[in-house]
Design a protein around this ligand. Structure first.
Ligand SMILES: Cc1cc2nc3c(=O)[nH]c(=O)nc-3n(C[C@H](O)[C@H](O)[C@H](O)COP(=O)(O)OP(=O)(O)OC[C@H]3O[C@@H](n4cnc5c(N)ncnc54)[C@H](O)[C@@H]3O)c2cc1C
Length: 392
């Protein structure tokens, strides 16, 4: 695993070039497509693969760069400056690849990782959220259980149920799926994580959600009707699904925060350029003190978000250096709230021009809204973090 130094700079420079040359030229047009499926581009995925971004968290033995969690957060941030949806496509894939390497048995690693690594369209997804179970697994609400049930059968499990809102849901080749395996227990003690292949019998994809923003990533429903999954596809221990999340997903919150931070940084760039060129009151906006105050405030919010994100991502790999549960819950809340303020200030600064689609400011507002709830509703995450303030 590497982090820092020349290798980090190299992958960040590659990501910036990819974002500039591949994503920026097509993002606005893809965002405007009426059918949400048409907002997604395989060309972007294939070019990210060619640039080494898609597999960057895989270790060298699987052809990846083995980047650490801090570098991964920085890559996600760079992608999000160009487009939020694209950053989410890869945030999901990069973090699930990390989890696979950490939680899978040697046999599972050999069975799943090389095929995924070799597929230039190989994407990954995680299915936790259900129509009736969402903040309950974030907080968590101990009595809550997943409605998606897995029941023992010969040689494996039969799964029935539904997930929704799943990023990459209709595009992934492999899914981490959480299902209730012990009835009468809550999801913390009674759920199990399964590796489900796209081709699993009884697994199907439902509708693709039509979202207000973050449109370049598809989100979809997943259906399981007597879907058979063999014992060898249990990730971690039976009944310990929640522990897979807790142990192997420490940087997940930082990655979500890095995505929305990238949107806020793009908004800062746009605000600064606009303030330097738009003239009112006989001089550029930036020469009016209240505008300069706004720019300074945006810069402060972004810098504070970035510091929190980087600290959290670094601590995810160095948990003996001061990690506690709050660091796995709060950076996204801060970054999402800060980004929401930044994009609304940016909209305000652009006046009527900001509201017109041609400048792309309204896209930043629609995109930033995604992270008020994505990766956990902010208020639910505050409740989760509060549990770590006074350990019981
Ligand atoms: C763009 C996007 C992408 C997503 N991608 C994925 C994905 O890839 N995989 C996946 O599994 N999920 C995904 N999700 C789901 C996401 O994690 C959930 O939307 C989120 O957890 C909130 O759940 P909910 O929308 O059902 O809201 P609810 O849980 O219904 O919450 C609604 C409101 O009630 C509040 N609330 C809930 N419970 C309590 C309580 N006990 N006390 C006080 N207030 C409470 C919440 O804070 C919120 O304000 C995605 C969501 C979005 C929007």
């Amino acid at each position: 695993m590497f982090g820092g130094g020349d290798e980090q700079q190299e992958i960040l420079e590659t990501t910036r070039r990819f974002a500039r040359e591949v994503v920026v030229p097509v993002a606005a047009e893809l965002d405007r497509q009426v059918d949400p499926e048409d907002c997604f581009s395989w060309d972007i995925v294939e070019k990210a693969d060619a640039a080494g971004i898609r597999t960057a968290t895989l270790s060298g033995e699987y052809g990846g760069a083995g980047i650490d969690s801090l570098t991964t957060a920085m890559v996600i941030e760079e992608l999000a400056k160009a487009d939020l949806g694209v950053s989410v496509i890869f945030a999901q894939t990069l973090k699930i690849a990390q989890t696979l390497q950490g939680a899978a048995t040697p046999e599972q690693r050999e069975r799943f990782i090389p095929d995924y690594a070799a597929d230039s369209r190989g994407l990954l997804a995680i299915g936790i959220t259900e129509p009736d179970r969402s903040s309950d697994y974030i907080i968590p609400f101990a009595e809550g259980d997943y409605r998606t049930r897995a029941v023992r059968a010969e040689g494996g499990w039969v799964i029935n149920g539904q997930k929704h809102f799943i990023s990459n849901g209709n595009r992934a080749r492999l899914y981490l799926l959480f299902a209730q395996t012990e009835q009468g227990k809550g999801l913390v003690e009674g759920s199990t994580c399964f590796l489900v292949e796209r081709t699993a019998p009884g697994f199907s994809i439902g509708r693709v959600h039509d979202k207000m923003g973050e449109r370049l990533v598809n989100n979809a429903e997943l259906f399981f009707e007597d879907c058979f999954v063999p014992d060898e596809n249990v990730l971690g221990e039976v009944g310990q699904g929640f522990q897979v999340l807790a142990r192997f997903f420490p940087a997940s919150n930082a990655y979500a925060a890095a995505s929305v931070l990238g949107v806020a940084e793009a908004a800062y760039e746009r605000s600064f350029q606009w303030a330097e060129t738009r003239v009112q009151g006989g001089r550029p906006l930036i020469e009016h003190a209240p505008v300069r105050q706004t720019l300074a405030r945006i810069r402060m919010l972004n810098d504070a978000s970035q510091a929190y994100v980087y600290r959290s991502a670094w601590l995810a790999d160095h948990r003996d250096q001061g990690w506690d549960g709050t660091v796995g819950a709060l950076p996204k809340v801060f970054a999402a709230e800060a980004a929401w303020e930044v994009v609304t200030e940016t909209l305000e600064l652009h006046g009527g021009y900001g509201y017109m689609r041609e400048l792309g400011i309204e896209k930043l507002v629609r995109d930033a809204a995604a992270f008020l709830h994505s990766d956990g509703a902010n208020k639910a995450l505050l409740l989760k973090a509060a549990r770590f303030l006074r350990p019981s």
